[in-house]
Design a protein around this ligand. Structure first.
Ligand SMILES: [Zn+2]
Length: 513
């Protein structure tokens, strides 16, 4: 078997590479590394460790020729390349080139192969957008409401749609959840992004090692021919019951190895209150039942980190006020920090992150005045959330007791109405045969039934900038059921970036609604 991988310089990709090469039937692993100088060392290391078994291809994912060279003669292609926040915030073009255009070019390259490889495409939990404890449980098919100003989520959402709608005969989209990896603390104490985390929002963690193991298991099962009904579906990667947390708990887990806590290091009003992403998975069991990849727990991960890195042990001897000052307070002045937006009057960012300036300044500055959600009160430790919380899941707007093979035109009409639009086609063929749809704004577009009903995508003209979910939710019960968990019905704002990258917004007039 010949496998191709992108993103092997990243945390998930590194693990996927190491573990896939444990499979003796993988004769060759082709990896794409960008021509950046920092990848020279990795290229040499891979050559010396694995010899001819690893073939390194240098080039950009957005280059069609490079993609064709990468996928040539392969059986499975795994796309794990990503430009993630805060880099995607600072360099939107790099985010577009890798996360969207690169993924599209790779899918095109696979689709043009004489003997097509199977394509595993990694997407992200960020496509679902903000969640609160009103609807902590999510699953594939839920509406895609990526956070305002989040280039990464937007480009990833458009990329996965392209893969789903492509001519690739066998694909799988894996929406990756929040991921734990060795350098996670160091990576997150250099940017105001840390404070984008909502303290009471749901988060479910998986380790990079388990994510890499999942890729290995998929390849293993594909090789032994035991995979049934796996391809041509979207899945959520998840961590399982032991790994469900809130944003606050996540900080508490990480800081505990330094002997501290969020309470000793920072204040609750440093974090935004919405416009983040993260959920607990009602459908997380699906991939785990197939591949048994959920092996590591959040608590086990942090214990290991505490033992592995002496610096965290040393930090226990430093007064928490000093760590607070040197590590966290310093980030408040970062351009990506919500407190910085407030200071310089960045109105668009404040509206997106809090709802209003008043809401932002009224967040308690003291932990004693801040009410923290207790995950167990919301069933975080439930083994079978898909059954237990069936009535708390978001509605997808059609009879979900039917299997995909039982779908009919009536289901398409029902789902379109729930999204504020129409299905214009008069004949239904199959889940992958495209139909014509119309959104609430009058755009006409084509999409496969699975893309809409199965994967939660809708109008591609409404999806990109400007972000105007305030307007769309007024006509779409599908969006409204979750949008108003963290937005007020009176809000009516359109958000976009101008050419210089400035976060802009405007109030949508009544006539325009
Ligand atoms: Zn539209």
């Amino acid at each position: 078997m010949i496998v191709a991988m992108t993103g092997v310089s990243g945390n998930m990709g590194r693990e996927a590479l190491i573990q896939t090469l444990e499979l003796q039937f993988v004769n060759k692993l082709k990896v794409l590394l960008t021509p950046r100088k920092k990848n020279n060392k990795l290229a040499r290391k891979l050559k010396s460790k694995y010899g001819r078994r690893v073939e390194v291809i240098r080039g950009w994912l957005s280059d069609a020729e490079t993609c064709r060279a990468l996928v040539a003669d392969t059986d499975i292609v795994v796309n794990m390349a990503a430009v993630i926040p805060p880099h995607s915030d600072k360099n939107p073009k790099a985010s577009y080139m890798c996360n969207q255009l690169g993924a599209m070019r790779l899918a095109d390259a696979v689709a043009s192969m004489h003997h097509q490889a199977k394509l595993i495409h990694t997407s992200t939990v960020a496509v679902y957008g903000n969640r609160t404890m009103q609807h902590p449980w999510g699953r594939v098919g839920d509406p895609l409401l990526p956070a305002v100003y989040d280039n990464y989520a937007l480009h990833k959402m458009l990329a996965e749609r392209y893969v789903i709608e492509s001519n690739v005969k066998n694909w799988a989209v894996l929406r990756q959840t929040a991921m734990l990896y060795d350098g996670i603390i160091f990576a997150n104490i250099s940017d105001g992004l840390l404070f984008h985390t909502t303290l009471n929002g749901p988060l479910e963690w998986v380790t990079a090692r388990d994510s890499g193991f999942l890729i290995k298991r998929i390849i293993e099962c594909e090789h032994s021919g035991v995979l049934q009904n796996f391809w041509n579906k979207v899945y959520d990667i998840s961590g399982g019951r032991e790994n469900r947390r809130t944003g606050y708990d996540t900080f508490a887990d990480g800081f505990s190895i330094m002997g501290g806590s969020p309470n000793t290091y920072f204040r609750p009003d440093w974090c935004q209150t919405r416009n983040f992403h993260g959920l607990w998975y009602a459908d997380g069991g699906e991939l785990n039942r197939m591949f048994g990849y959920q092996r590591e727990s959040v608590s086990g991960f942090w214990q290991e980190m505490g033992k592995k890195y002496r610096i965290f042990k040393a930090a226990k001897y430093i007064p928490s006020s000093v760590i607070s000052l040197l590590v966290f307070r310093r980030l408040l002045g970062d351009a990506n920090s919500p407190r910085k937006w407030l200071k310089k009057g960045d109105a668009g960012r404040i509206l997106a992150a809090y709802g209003s300036r008043e809401a932002a300044v009224s967040v308690p500055s003291d932990w004693s005045g801040y009410s923290l959600a207790v995950p167990a009160d919301y069933g975080s430790d439930e083994e079978s959330p898909e059954l237990k919380f069936k009535d708390k899941l978001l509605c997808h707007g059609y009879d979900e007791s039917k299997s995909v093979d039982e779908w009919s035109l009536a289901d398409m009409n029902e789902a379109a109405t729930f999204r504020g639009g129409k299905c214009l086609s008069k004949e239904y063929v199959s889940p992958r045969s495209k139909l014509l749809w119309q959104c609430s704004e009058g755009h006409t577009f084509s999409a496969a039934p699975y893309t809409v009903l199965g994967a939660g995508h809708w109008c591609p003209f409404c999806a990109p900038e400007p972000w105007k979910f305030d307007k769309l939710a007024k006509k779409s019960p599908f969006y409204a059921q979750v949008w108003y968990d963290s937005h007020d019905k009176s809000e009516n704002i359109s958000y976009w970036f101008d050419k210089s990258g400035k976060a802009c917004f405007e109030f949508i007039s009544e006539e325009e609604q």
